[in-house]
Design a protein around this ligand. Structure first.
Ligand SMILES: [Zn+2]
Length: 165
């Protein structure tokens, strides 16, 4: 999917590529390995929409940039019966007996179950920020992430509880 999108995008040599991945499963990894779009370098956004789809585009300052979206096409997967069972999580798919058939079918299909479209991607706005201190926990965070002086952690969005030893 990444190769396909890059081929269609055909960016100039050495140009930075940006990507959006519409699932948290598997697909963020090839974007990081092949296109060097990572969450850390801000060139990969992973949006948990739950679709096996990616969009890739070049750099832009404008509010919109042209990109290529590649996705697994539900209308095409019927041509690949084992893949269709696996992809739709059908209980008839048994990885012990059909695992090899699945891999063979995926390799043989190549881009056969993929489709693409040309899209206009909203370029995320960059906002200037300064370091600030949360009025509740006293830890440093960018000021644009504080609401009424409190960080997300202190606004009951914490993912952890403190342990008392
Ligand atoms: Zn806080």
């Amino acid at each position: 999917m990444v190769d396909y999108a890059l081929e269609l995008l055909n960016p100039p040599e050495g140009e930075k590529i940006y990507a959006v991945c519409e699932t948290t499963k598997c697909l963020p990894d090839p974007l990081q390995v092949i296109a060097h779009c990572t969450t850390g370098n801000h060139r990969l956004r992973v949006i948990p929409i739950g679709k096996f789809a990616i969009t890739m585009n070049g750099p832009a300052e404008a509010p919109y940039v042209s990109g290529i979206r590649v996705f697994v096409d539900g209308e095409k997967i019927g041509r690949y019966p084992t893949f269709a069972l696996w992809y739709t999580k059908d209980p008839l798919f048994d990885p012990r007996t059909r695992g090899t058939a699945l891999i063979d079918e995926i390799i043989e299909a190549g881009r056969g179950f993929l489709s693409h479209e040309r899209v206009r991607v909203k370029v995320p706005q960059k906002w200037p920020w300064r370091s600030a201190i949360c009025s509740i926990c006293g830890e440093m965070v960018p000021d644009n992430l504080l609401v009424d002086g409190a960080c997300a952690d202190c606004r009951s969005q914490s993912y952890y509880e403190k342990k008392t030893y």
